[in-house]
Design a protein around this ligand. Sequence first.
Ligand code: S3P
Length: 433
Amino acid sequence: MSKKVISPGGAIDGAIDLPGDKSISHRYAILGALAEGRTEIANFASAADCRSTLECVKRLGAEVGTKDGRVFISGRGLDGLRAPRKTLDAANSGSTIRMLAGLLAGQAFTSKITGDASLRKRPMRRVIDPLTQMGAEIESDGGRAPIAIHGRKLHAIDYATPIPSAQVKSAVLLAGLYAHGVTTVREAVRTRDHTELALREFGANVQTSHGVISIEPQPKLAARQLVVPGDLSGAVFLIGAALVLPGSSLTIHGVGLNPTRAKVLDFLIAMGASIRIPTVQARGGELVGDISVKHAALEGGVISGPQVAEMIDELPMLAALGPYTENGVEIHDAKELRVKESDRIATLAEGLRAMGGRVEEFPDGLRVEGRSAGKLRGGKIDPRGDHRIAMALAVAGLGATGETVIGDAECAGVSFPEFFTVLDRLREATYAR
Ligand code: S3P
């Protein structure tokens, strides 16, 4: 297993483009497989998670090819998927297993899907419950993967999600493509809406209003030509690096700025970050723009309530910025972090403490002390196989007094395989000046 040594210092300087958004790539791959005709997807995510989705849709009969950084999917039509010969493997990807569960619930066959050791520990009842209410029969290992999905003729439900989750919402909406009647999902807290936008792009009839999303069963979806915006959740680690390293200046081109994802930028700006968005345009229903960030002093802040779902994947980076703020960073109402790729509250607390940070852990969050608690000194980090922890703590290490060693740094590839190379390149630019 590879480790990565982070030597502190330097600055981030330059302009870059980023690989495609992980969440959007999953959805385009799934809907491409269900559409009639050949879908072409440019800037498809390089994330290992999205390769898992492509592998799964291949096993379900879609033809998948890649050329010049584009992914081509010849869809099977809504009723053309075939029973997979082997168990589908979602590897580390919660989005893959949960969204595909929704799709598989309405098929005329049985399929099994599982994942790696981390995924097999994560809760699946959140999708099993609504899909069972719609008429599917699902067996699981005590609410965890592997799950066997016996597809059935589904009926529509009106479902209020008990926890804010775009994955659960998406599973129900995808099942809704096959259900008799109008399927409705009600969200108390708005989660990312890429599924709704992508479904519309592929021709589905989706209505949304004030947290109520409805979908009708669909005779067919049409293949599309799409470009995936750059991944904002990946960009946030580079923005974090620019905020940790004085003298930094970075522009990231073509990043997804969907309002259900971009709250992290508002939060960073409220903390004092110097972030500008000089251009924004709409593409395939998604907002895309450039982000320019310059190093600035950060005040710190508290994240709670609906902000948690709005910035769920950015919380590790925000927590790891705590020692670089005046007043620290505090997170509450974030129990969901305990059932992500790792128990992110525990792994963040353990990692930041190993670097000399002062952290208080709560059942539903944590408080990371600010500058007055002293500088981080660097340390040995075990990210517990969690890509976002590896990247967040590497960024924290950039401003420490000594070296930080990230064990199993390759796990960053789950969402951002190029992260360490890009980080090194952007720092070399300043060393060379
Ligand atoms: C995702 C939704 C979020 C997020 C995950 C990707 C998606 O999970 O944490 O990384 O693509 O829908 P939940 O919906 O379970 O919160």
